[in-house]
Design a protein around this ligand. Structure first.
Ligand code: SAM
Ligand code: SF4
Length: 471
């Protein structure tokens, strides 16, 4: 039976409840039904999984236009025009799992297997710092022999220890296989930001078929991972499904059920939700997955997530093309990666195409400077801020600030200050000119007199070497 407070995967992600929800959602309702749901979302109350499922089956194009506009409005209300930047860092592609969509699966014998030494971790980190990155997501396959938790902890320690010119990595997020409460505690103590784990699919039978071998085959172990992470002290967790593995509407309901469960049990929902779609890769052809998500549905899903969980960050990676990311940004995405490499050693080593260790092919291959320039042209504010996590504003403390709207007085100046740091240290002259104009305009808009004064003074002094002040 469905029970959001249960700690058992099959009770908080209940298959029958999802089927019942989708059956109700497939009925035809008068437009007043949908309007009432949109009214609720307009009050910034979020939506239940049933309400979101009803909307995903809505046909009326005018009402969809309202959803897109509302998603954009909600994004601006809670996050302003800020877009947080990050990059993935692949540590190792050794993996003992059999995930059928990922070229790192164990049976792939022709992909080169690589694992970074500490010296290579250092070099990759320096390369990322030299682009201007401050926030990383560490990625690796699951392999207790080659990639034990101690290896990951060493990498985190190494990365946080590196200071170079004005560069430093200020937040390390981690996207690795489900593990024990004890290991999560060690990751928490190592100072990670968000623990990210994609569910891949919430549909248990499909999940088991898509993960035929290895520890990841265990649906309950994987689905209950976020509860263990939170028991281990990690406040911020990031959900996601790999769209294309199963019906999109089932996944939408699953994601929202999972968010409801985390809120019900731990008092705080997911910090972020990612919306990856399957990409072509070494021995993977996305066309062989029958549930591939169209661009049109992708945009709808992003918009519905934005209005359903207004306080949760939404992440789109470089799996998506520039055009697709542009649409997603309009309807509520708040974090994007830039200049990513998905191969082990990809930031420092030239690989021949047939020797590539890449996990998948990227659609958006622009440099970080090009991405920052593009965001500025679209009137977004690229932010390299990592302050909340370092000031202890995580979990429910972060959510409280977002819910009460206070985040604007903190995030807006922090975004402007970190953008100015980026412009000063890493940007091309064109990007710098564009960014400085925006900063000037935005400083004017800060209403809190003390915040405005401090941010203005700090920004004026960045050229003389001041760095890393934060509210
Ligand atoms: N190995 C860990 C795991 O599987 O949870 C985390 C790292 S894995 C490199 C990160 C994510 O990449 C996976 O969760 C999966 O959703 C995604 N992924 C795998 N193959 C992909 C593909 N062909 N296209 C797009 N994303 C893919
Ligand atoms: Fe390994 Fe993760 Fe790829 Fe699965 S998705 S094969 S666990 S790296």
């Amino acid at each position: 039976m469905y029970n959001p407070k249960s700690l058992k995967a099959e009770e908080f992600i209940n298959h029958q409840e999802i089927l019942d929800t989708l059956e109700k959602a497939s009925r035809t309702y008068p437009s007043d039904h949908y309007r009432a749901i949109l009214e609720k979302a307009r009050r910034y109350e979020g939506l239940s999984y049933q309400e979101a499922a009803d909307l995903i089956h809505m046909k009326d194009p005018d009402l969809w236009q309202e959803v897109f506009e509302l998603a954009s409005q909600i994004k601006h209300h809670f996050y302003g025009r800020r877009i947080v930047m990050f990059a993935p860092l692949y540590l190792s592609n050794y993996c003992i799992n059999g995930c059928v969509y990922c070229p790192y699966h164990k049976k792939n014998t022709h992909i080169p297997r690589k694992k970074l030494t500490m010296e290579q971790v250092r070099r990759e980190t320096l390369a990322l710092m030299d682009m201007g990155h401050k926030r990383l997501a560490l990625e690796m396959g699951e392999d207790p022999i080659n990639n034990p938790i101690e290896y990951l902890l060493d990498c985190i320690k190494e990365i946080y220890s590196i200071k170079h010119d004005n560069g430093e990595i200020r937040r390390v997020n981690v996207n690795v296989a489900a593990t024990t409460v004890e290991d999560y505690r060690r990751l928490h103590e190592a100072g990670i930001g968000t623990y990210i784990l994609f569910q891949e699919t919430y549909h248990k039978d499909n999940y088991e078929a898509l993960h035929p071998t290895g520890p990841k085959h265990n649906y309950a172990w994987h689905t209950e991972a976020m509860d263990r992470a939170m028991q281990g002290g990690i406040d911020d967790v990031g959900l996601g499904v790999l769209f294309g593995l199963n019906n999109y509407d089932y996944e939408l309901v699953g994601l929202l059920m999972h968010a409801e469960h985390l809120e019900a049990v731990h008092g705080v929902g997911p910090h972020t939700i990612s919306v990856p779609r399957i990409c072509p890769a070494d021995d993977i052809d996305p066309a062989s997955f029958k549930d591939a998500l169209s661009d049109e549905l992708f945009e709808k899903i992003v918009a519905l997530l934005r209005i359903s969980v207004p306080y949760t960050g939404l992440i789109v990676s470089t799996r998506e093309s520039q055009a697709s990311r542009e649409k997603a940004l309009k309807v509520g995405v708040s974090q994007i990666s830039g200049a990513s490499k998905t191969s082990v050693g990809g930031y420092t080593e030239e690989e021949l195409p047939d020797e590539s260790s890449a996990q998948f092919d990227l659609s958006d291959q622009r440099s970080l400077d090009e991405i920052v320039h593009w965001l500025l042209e679209l009137d977004h504010i690229p932010s390299f801020c990592t302050a909340c996590y370092r000031e202890g504003r995580t979990g429910d403390r972060f959510m409280h600030l977002v819910k009460t709207g206070q985040i604007g007085n903190i995030c807006q100046p922090n975004a402007l200050m970190t953008l100015k740091e980026y412009l000063e240290d890493y940007a091309s002259p064109e990007t710098k000119a564009l960014g400085e104009k925006l900063i000037e305009k935005e400083l004017e808009r800060i209403t809190h007199p003390k915040v405005k004064q401090t941010a203005t003074e700090y920004i004026a002094n960045i050229h003389s070497g001041q760095r890393d002040f934060r509210f």
